[in-house]
Design a protein around this ligand. Structure first.
Ligand code: SF4
Length: 595
């Protein structure tokens, strides 16, 4: 117990015993002890003077926190549709067979647990898995066999072949952002030369719009935060890139972190914020150490901290905050709740974070790519920036291309590029469908491939998943339905219940028991979710499904039974035990098809 107490004490001291750092404290405690045991929960509750149930609700909410023992090696297979297309289920079955486990089980000796998780952001080099938060990419049967042997031999991860953990950037087309080498401090120096008002004027001129998908004008957001009353202001970089099929932030944080942090500093300069947070998704934990090192380097070079660049009025610093496996934390108010150490449940808006955000203070929340764009504007000026792309969608956009194509990876284009052009560039000669914007986006059929990536036509946060000829779009819809059932935060009934019913119906159709009635129900649920859900997750959960049902109807219809209706519950089978107890098994004791 002394070890437990002293380790927890160290963790608590690191976070200043601040209950708003609860999620970080729990992550670190789990790192040290593998899971959040009742003793850990009670000790932390006592030390932080919070109810133990608050800790319990967090361990229930975040997929990467465990309140039951897990294996020393915790393996999570990425379960995006592109992983499934690359045979991830067979690879997982191979590993489960090796250890004699069922999905989600832990081996009796406590050595290993194997389960699935949502997309891990490695779609360009999948199938992938996480082992103790580290990504292993390009899985093959041989690689799985080697992994099993390493685990059996209890080999520490640091002694595994380094190639297993190689995460490549796969930049296939570079433009304004990916193509310009970052010169440390260049954007900050340019901003200081322009002055606060000057930089803000350039931001306005650029008409930069947020790259997270919604496309809100960045200068308007910064202005609202700057002008709102408050005791302190904050800048938050949303690096909780959880949308299935998206991985551009991974590359920006791996190879362009200096730009990201300078972009945050610029937001601080304009708004007057002195504190920033980078909220990093748990799946990218392997980036934590290099990002911390980058922050230390920038502090050393006077690009963060007090009197940045010699300007006594410019103080700004950044903390990393790790997520813990909750897709909903990509929603900005849920992210702020999570930053405050709570379950990531979306707030009611208005008020918006720009005026009432972190700790109820004015807060700018920007996407990783958006902040990188701000550095371009500081250096090149707003007019230059606005000269790229289209009138309503200025600048360039980075696409994360994956699926059935010869060259998956990142493609940066000026806004306005056609879907057909992207398909040609990535080597997708037999594309049958393209899912834009991830599971929450929409699905385009070949007759729409002349449409253009732009806020005024096909808006996207960046995911571009290609489905080649011969793919079954029902499988994609099923994967998305299961994803949203798992990721609904449960706060509002239409989404909590609606996503579960949608998944149940899709599972029923998949099992060969669906009738036309089910398809009608899916359409009805789409309308309900879209119009009644509290936040964007529920409102967009069935967009792709609806698109696929409209545009790829045969994929759904060929799975239907000929009946008008087939119940999802087998009452006759459920009564088997009662029949056995009463000793009756004659025909009239059965509920037959004609009863
Ligand atoms: Fe949570 Fe879904 Fe409601 Fe959003 S729509 S608040 S994710 S339950």
């Amino acid at each position: 117990m002394a070890t437990l107490d002293s380790a927890l004490d160290r963790i608590l001291a690191h976070y200043g015993r601040d209950p708003s750092a609860l999620l970080q404290i729990l992550r670190d405690a789990q790192e040290a002890f593998d899971w959040i045991s009742p003793q850990i929960r009670d000790a932390l509750a006592g030390a932080l003077d919070i109810p133990a149930t608050r800790i319990g609700s967090l361990t229930q909410f975040y997929a990467h926190l465990y309140d039951e023992p897990r294996g020393k090696y915790r393996v999570l297979f990425s379960d995006n549709i592109t992983d499934r297309m690359a045979d991830a289920p067979a690879l997982m079955a191979r590993m489960l067979d090796h250890f004699g486990l069922a999905p989600g089980e832990t081996s009796a000796d406590g050595l290993v647990s194997i389960a699935k998780t949502s997309c891990t952001g490695m779609c360009d080099q999948g199938p992938a898995l996480l082992v103790n938060n580290r990504a292993v990419t390009r899985l093959t049967p041989e690689r799985i066999d080697t992994l099993c042997a390493l685990i059996r031999a209890k080999t520490p991860l640091d002694h595994w072949p380094p190639g297993f953990f190689l995460v490549e950037d796969n930049i296939r087309r570079a433009d304004m952002l990916l193509g310009s080498p970052h010169k440390p401090g260049e954007a900050i120096r340019a901003a200081l030369a322009r002055g606060r008002d000057g930089l803000f004027a350039e931001m306005r001129k650029s008409n930069l719009r947020g790259r997270g998908g919604a496309g809100f004008t960045t200068a308007v957001k910064w202005e609202a935060c700057r002008d709102a009353p408050g005791e302190a202001r904050y800048v938050v970089c949303n690096a909780d890139e959880g949308e299935p099929g998206t991985f551009k932030d991974r590359v920006l944080l791996q190879s362009y972190a200096g730009r990201v942090f300078e972009g945050m500093a610029l937001a601080g300069y304009v708004t007057g914020a002195q504190k920033g947070f980078l909220y990093l998704r748990g799946e990218y934990s392997y980036l934590r150490a290099p990002l911390e090192a980058k922050l230390a380097e920038m502090r050393r070079d006077n690009l963060l901290g007090a009197a940045i660049g010699g300007d006594a009025s410019f103080t700004f610093d950044i903390d990393l905050h790790m997520g813990a496996g909750a897709y909903i934390c990509g929603e900005e108010t849920a992210l702020i709740e999570s930053l405050e150490g709570k379950a990531g449940k979306p707030r009611i808006r208005p008020p918006f974070p720009a005026t009432h955000g972190y700790l109820d203070q004015p807060t700018v929340v920007n996407n990783v790519e958006t902040l990188c764009k701000a550095t371009e504007i500081a250096i090149q000026g707003g007019a230059f920036y606005a000269g790229q792309g289209t009138q309503q969608s200025t600048g360039t956009k980075i696409l994360s291309v994956s699926g059935d194509c010869a060259r998956p990876g990142l493609y940066e284009y000026p806004f306005g590029v056609s879907i057909a052009q992207v398909l040609e560039d990535c080597g997708a000669s037999d594309a049958f469908a393209v899912q834009i914007g991830g599971a929450a986006g929409f699905c385009l059929a070949p007759h729409e491939f002349d449409r253009r990536i732009a806020f005024e036509d096909v808006p996207t946060a960046g995911a571009f998943m290609v489905f080649g000829e011969g793919r079954d779009m029902f499988d994609a819809a099923l994967n998305f339905a299961q994803f949203f059932e798992h990721e609904s935060c449960g706060f509002c009934t239409p989404c909590r219940v609606g996503t579960a019913i949608v998944a149940r119906i899709m599972n029923k159709i998949d099992a060969g028991h669906g009738a036309r009635y089910e398809l009608n129900e899916l359409t009805r649920l789409h309308d309900l979710l879209r119009t009644s859900s509290h936040c964007g997750l529920g409102q967009t959960a069935t967009l792709a499904l609806h698109d696929m049902m409209q545009k790829f109807a045969p994929a759904f219809e060929r799975r239907l039974t000929l009946k008008d209706f087939e119940p999802g519950f087998d009452l006759d089978a459920a009564l088997a035990e009662a029949r056995a107890l009463t000793g009756r098994d004659d025909a009239s004791a059965h509920i037959g098809a004609d009863s």
